[in-house]
Design a protein around this ligand. Structure first.
Ligand code: ZN
Ligand code: FE
Length: 256
């Protein structure tokens, strides 16, 4: 596999993610939550930044872009076409289905409105990598800030349709609190209980709980399981439309 992914922490609970193409040396940063940790990671690895792939306009995802660009003036900045106005100054704006090239690596943009109206994610099919930003988290999903939860549900279901062995990198380390919520709405799920126990151990040791996979999320993420009879039963929504169950899940998670 030509792609090497390096993940590290930024700000309080954001992930920095670099994807390096060993064939050409091209290196992409998925968002830039803050410049310092991204620049440190690049020099630690000896990689030269060639691309920035922006998922959405929130400050904790683009806050470090300008500073990183002054250090790597030739960097190509890719940003969501549906959110041009709020991510100004990018070199390329991409919409649904459009291709992104990082050296020899080829990805495709998937539009995932919900968390923000213009949120996009990057799927590198051959490398089996998904960079999901704040649309999807381990055992959770982003808040539906700018579109109704039903729209975010459609976006999350687009991601659920990707191959099971796709590795998913997300914008935040929210796994433990997501897992505790998941247990409340899916209490009999054995795979979920096991996973939350593993996550407790990882977090106690200060270790990251990402990446995850589509297969693991299908088994343990309640937002992937809005059509599951036991989740529906716990919510008192047996037989309800999955989009409405998803909206109820989102509502309950917002309340903590
Ligand atoms: Zn966000
Ligand atoms: Fe974020």
């Amino acid at each position: 596999m030509a792609a090497i992914v390096h993940q590290f922490m930024c700000l309080d609970d954001n992930f920095g993610v670099l994807m390096h193409d060993s064939a050409t040396g091209a290196t992409a940063s998925i968002d830039v939550p803050e410049a310092g940790p991204v620049l440190n990671a690049l020099s630690e690895k000896g990689w030269t930044l060639t691309h920035i792939l922006v998922t959405h306009h929130h400050k904790d995802h683009i806050g470090g872009v300008d500073e990183v660009r002054t250090r790597f003036p030739d960097v190509t900045i890719i940003a969501p076409a549906p959110d041009k106005a709020r991510v100004p100054g990018a070199d390329v704006y991409l919409a649904e289905g459009e291709e992104v090239a990082v050296g020899s690596l080829r990805g495709k943009v998937i539009e995932t409105p919900g968390h923000t109206s213009g949120h996009i994610v990057y799927h590198f099919a051959k490398e089996k990598l998904l960079f999901a930003g704040d649309t999807l988290f381990a055992m959770g999903c982003g808040r539906a800030f700018e579109r109704p939860a039903q729209v975010l549900h459609d976006s999350v279901m687009k991601l659920a349709a990707l191959p099971d062995d796709t590795e998913i990198y997300c914008g935040h380390e929210y796994t433990l609190s997501n897992g505790r919520f998941a247990l409340r709405v899916d209490p009999e799920n054995e795979a979920l209980k096991l996973r939350v126990a593993q996550v407790e151990k990882l977090r106690a040791a200060g270790e990251a709980t990402l990446p995850t996979t589509i297969a693991l999320e299908k088994k343990t993420n309640p937002f992937f399981r809005a059509n599951d009879p036991s989740v529906q039963q716990t919510l008192g929504m047996t037989g309800a439309a999955p989009a409405d169950v998803f909206a109820e899940l989102r509502e309950r998670k917002n309340k903590g």
